[in-house]
Design a protein around this ligand. Structure first.
Ligand code: ATP
Ligand code: MG
Length: 742
């Protein structure tokens, strides 16, 4: 009996020990680090909302403002009226844009003045006394909210000691200093660390105090309130219909309603900065892709997280960022403005207008890195995206939602194909986004001119990261373009996005990676360059009808060296995409434009999206052309060619001539079908290959006039029955070649 009781007690003790140890372990395993960070962020938000009532600013605040403010408002009103009078012949829109531009100017000029004014009003004795009277209350709040973050724990593991600082605008009572010190000691004791406690006085804080433990700052200072006020005023969106006085009224209201609350944020420190790459100390909890703000107001984005430092890229100018200066975690992921307002505009990868047509009025943003749609959210590619180029629509058809690579040496017409595809989207409701990476400014200007001339700019956005900008900006460009495209796709619209070109993007990424000291792999590219392009192109999709049915079709462009498609970046992108259009430098030099190499070009999913008619007509084309190229290679130097070979060669030559197409001349689908049918059936046998263009014009012209029923049948894109085929043959024969008419 005793034995039994003993074993029972033993068992109970064992169970207790197991429970005590295992509980912690299980908790550690299951509570993800991200959860903890999320909780910390929630906490920060909660703290922010707990208000303290402090003396409000006097009602006479507005009257207290220096006289020039009111005078300047008047002046701006008058100038606006003046402009309006002068520009009566201009459009309403121009005047409206100008008015808004001036409003923004007013806004930025007055924010400085208002914040300065608020500061003088708040440094009065009443406010300072109110702060001092609440010191105990603030201390209670801070002690209640202080936590160690996962980042602090990681730091403690390596260094044993955590920096704890109490900075105040004026010397604090010893009792509070001691209380805070004792609390930090207690917190760190629990996890087996030591605090290194520093107490400082910094008059720049104006009033109040801030407590910093590890990276996290709990702030109760007037300086922070003014910073918050400034960012709040700056982020105020214009409604578009207010005038200067209304805008200022709103801003006054904001200042009057300002309240005191505890703000919690994280601070880091710049270790070093060079070539647009900045290394930071602290901010251990920061996530990849988060935005950070430097003391000088410049922003950057986290790109590298190492155990004891963070690597970031700086968006703008980095010359005036000094090592040792503070960096603030903003708490959001890098994003770009998106929306209909971007159409017809040229923007940089951060969404700022570059075309001098004024600001872009959109309040919507999307993160530049976003999860690609999951497989259940997608539908199969089934709708065609016509490029209007015969060699492509017939041989390597592209479907909406497909990723089709355009690959070739330099100057082989890659960009031209993409531009033709954009121009051909006119009137189809498809939105186009052209992302120019690492190109010359003049090339981009030329592209803009061409798109404008062919009426394609109204539905196109050009995202421009020319060779002259930093590698960081070039790196962001395609992701920014993808974010802008996603906005439309999730609205159920169709988008065509061109990345011109991803080889230069890979080079920019290689430069960044080398500066970030990442180990380099094949051809000195970092190992994750495949992942970089895969996650970019994965965002192209055809969404299922339940998700709105929108689509993004991506046309990435890759430049090869001497036709080498087995180099690292080309093979990567070939394996990511659903096919490639290979442009051959030899063909190009022979005069074949577009120089599509039929043998090496494929479209893995596009044929499902081809019209039945086009499929029927172009079915044998590929084989025939491949056979022709082979024979042509063989017989190049041979003189005695037998009749049947000669026939194949002639037919091939004529077909190649039929596929010839000049730039900016996209053809409707039915015209392509008609020409290909006529040529493949041998009706163009008497046409000189160089006269193929005029034959095509003659044929479509006569068909439209003489056989409207057949033309309508061709336009419908339905499969031809044998009877229809015969009728078509007859019609084509009756139309003749055009030359005999002359
Ligand atoms: P890069 O490597 O410089 O980016 P690319 O491969 O994009 O060049 P494009 O700029 O499109 O090539 O075209 C190169 C040249 O070929 C241009 O001068 C253009 O006029 C000519 N070209 C391209 N396509 C055609 C065409 N279909 N008909 C006539 N000329 C063409
Ligand atoms: Mg090009």
């Amino acid at each position: 009996m005793l034995h039994f009781v003993y074993s029972l007690i033993n068992f109970a003790i064992l169970a207790l020990i197991l429970w005590l140890f295992a509980r912690k372990m299980i908790a550690r395993i299951f509570t993800g680090r991200k959860d903890r960070i999320d909780r910390a962020l929630d906490e920060a938000e909660r703290i922010e909302s707990e208000e303290f009532t402090l003396p409000t600013l006097p009602e006479t605040f507005r009257e207290d403002l220096p006289a020039p403010v009111e005078a300047e408002i008047r002046e701006i009103r008058e100038t606006a009226a003046e402009h309006a009078r002068h520009m009566l012949q201009q459009t309403e829109e121009t005047i409206e844009d100008l008015r808004r531009e001036m409003l923004l100017d007013v806004k930025s000029r007055y924010i400085d003045r208002l914040v300065e004014k608020a500061q003088t009003l708040m440094t009065t004795d009443t406010w300072l006394a109110a702060f001092r009277a609440r010191e105990e209350e603030f201390t209670d709040r801070i002690l209640e909210h202080t936590r160690l973050t996962p980042g602090d724990m990681a730091y403690l593991k390596r260094h044993d000691v955590l920096y704890v600082t109490l900075t105040s605008a004026y010397p604090m009572p010893q009792s509070i200093v001691d209380r805070i010190g004792a609390h930090a000691q207690k917190l760190l004791d629990e996890v087996g660390g030591k605090p290194s406690y520093w107490v400082r006085v910094d008059p720049e804080l104006i009033a109040g105090f801030r407590f910093r433990i590890g990276d996290t700052v709990y702030d109760f200072t007037l300086a922070d309130r003014l910073y918050q006020l400034r960012s709040h005023l700056e982020s105020r969106d214009l409604q578009g219909n207010e005038d200067a006085a209304e805008l200022l009224d709103g801003m006054f209201e904001d200042i009057r309603g300002m309240h005191m609350s505890l703000s919690q944020f994280q601070l880091g420190r710049v270790i070093s900065i060079s070539d647009g790459i900045c290394w930071l100390d602290g901010l251990a909890d920061i996530m990849y892709g988060e935005v950070i703000e430097f003391e000088c107001g410049e922003q950057g984005m986290v790109l590298d997280i190492e155990p004891d430092r963070i690597g970031c890229i700086v968006y703008g100018r980095y010359e005036h960022i000094e090592s040792g200066s503070r960096v603030r975690r903003v708490g959001r992921i890098a994003s770009v403005p998106v929306g209909d307002d971007l159409l017809g505009r040229i923007v940089d990868p951060l969404g700022q207008a570059l075309d001098g047509k004024g600001r872009i009025w959109t309040s919507e943003h999307r993160p530049i890195e976003h999860k690609a749609p999951a497989i259940p959210d997608r539908a199969a590619v089934s709708r065609p995206l016509h490029t209007g180029i015969k060699a492509i629509d017939a041989l390597v058809p592209i479907g909406r939602g497909q990723r089709e690579l355009i690959i070739g040496d330099r100057q082989t017409g890659k960009t031209s194909i993409a531009l033709d595809a954009i121009i051909n989207q006119k009137g189809t409701g498809t939105i186009c986004i052209y992302v120019a990476i690492g190109q010359k400014d003049t090339t981009i200007a030329d592209i803009r001119d061409k798109l404008t001339r062919y009426g394609a700019m109204s539905y196109t956005t050009i995202v421009c990261a020319p060779a002259s900008v930093s590698a960081s900006i070039q790196y962001i460009a395609p992701f920014a373009g993808a974010a802008m495209a996603e906005y439309f796709m999730y609205q159920g619209r169709d988008v065509l996005i061109v990345y011109d070109d991803l080889s230069k993007h890979a080079v920019a990424y290689r430069e960044l990676s080398l500066l970030l000291h990442r180990p380099s792999g094949r051809e000195a590219y970092p190992g994750d360059v495949f992942y970089l392009h895969a996650r970019l192109l994965e965002r192209a999709a055809q969404l299922s009808p339940e998700n709105g049915g929108g689509s993004i079709t991506a046309l990435p462009i890759i430049e090869t060296q001497a036709g080498d498609i087995s180099a690292y970046i080309p093979t990567n992108v070939i394996s990511i995409t659903d096919g490639q259009i290979f442009l051959d430098a030899d063909l190009f030099n022979e005069g074949q434009r577009p120089a599509v190499n039929v043998g090496l070009s494929v479209s893995r999913v596009g044929s499902a999206a081809q019209t039945k008619l086009m499929k029927q007509v172009s079915g044998r084309l590929r084989m025939d052309l491949a056979q022709y190229r082979e024979l042509a290679g063989f017989t190049q130097f041979g003189s005695d060619i037998d009749a049947s070979t000669r026939k194949v060669l002639d037919a091939g030559k004529r077909m190649m001539a039929a596929l010839h197409q000049s730039r900016y001349a996209p053809l409707p689908d039915w015209e392509q079908v008609l020409l290909l049918f006529a040529v493949s059936e041998g009706y163009a046998a008497g046409v000189d290959p160089s006269a193929m263009d005029s034959y095509a014009m003659h044929l479509t012209g006569s068909m439209e006039i003489r056989y409207p029923a057949l033309t309508a049948l061709l336009r419908s894109g339905d499969k031809l029955s044998d009877k229809d085929k015969d009728a078509l043959r007859e019609a084509i024969a009756a139309c003749g070649t055009g030359s005999e008419v002359a």
